[in-house]
Write a protein that binds this ligand. Sequence first.
Ligand SMILES: *Cc1c(COP(=O)(O)O)cnc(C)c1O
Length: 345
Amino acid sequence: MIDLRSDTLTRPCSDMRQAMMDAEVNDDVIDVDPTVARLQSKIAELLGKEAAMFMPSGTMTNQVAVRLHCRPGDEFLCEAGCHIYNYEQGAFAQLSGVAARTFQGTNSSIDLSQLLNQVHPDNEHATQTRLLCLENTHNKGGGVVLPYDSVAETCHWARESGLNTHLDGARLFNAVVASKISANQWAQHFDTISICFSKGLGAPVGSALVGDESMIYQMRRHRKLFGGGMRQSGFLAAAALFSLENNIPRLAEDHQNAKKIAQIVSQTDGLQLDVAKVETNIIVFGVSPEIGTAAEFCEAAKAAGVWMFPFSHQDVRAVTHLHITPEDAIAAGEIIAQVTRDLKK
Ligand SMILES: *Cc1c(COP(=O)(O)O)cnc(C)c1O
């Protein structure tokens, strides 16, 4: 089975497991775990920020960020397809009493012209606009890298307008590798950044919220409130450190493998995909209704040896990751093409 459901499926390699076994640990709630401390310094340094906080998931780092920047009755602005808005149970509302206002992006990117004059005036009828959230790479957008100049421009506008900025960078390192723009350069436009170690980087668990030293006290309080205070979490941090030290450049292989699959899919009659839009490790392709729904397509593909998730009624998502070889990618593309031909009959 070639499993393309998600880049979260990877299992630690033996060297990563060894690094976990060897980790120096301590209670990270009572004290600070030394391996967690090393991870936090390393990720902060990579992003050119002062500090970071290790947490169990990307959902938690995003939600701690929302809570850090907003009070109940505030709102944040975001792109309509983003993870914070669509895939976190509306946690910003459930946990922090915060509202969200969405803007439909072009290729998942919000243009400055859409945001101008959108900050609510200080007025007792209105929510208070506090925060701009962007996502890079954009999952729902098929792993696209946001256009750098547009990110710089919209974040500059946000700051001039008195808003804070947060980046959901669950896959920021995919954007770094694909764009050849450093993590540091992307990060300078944001007050806080979420990073996932458990996606393409290949660690089993964990995310970091990166920002400035002045935010650490509140980040730590909110993390504890949300149940993310972990004890000897150095075992997990050791895996995340290993992933940062070993698995960043190899993301380029995932991108090449995604391109291989995309090339075959784009040449298959009955499937829709623009290869040029596959910039990283995510492929989102359309299935023509006469072939079936995305769910039906995924069921047939799974029976033939390629496992993928339906992403909407007619869209399928496939994700490459460190267990997928170039041979797997070509085989997966060919199986997808064959399944399409069979379903057409
Ligand atoms: C995976 C992901 C997250 C966080 O997911 P967790 O499963 O909670 O770690 C956040 N944003 C994006 C874009 C993601 O892909």
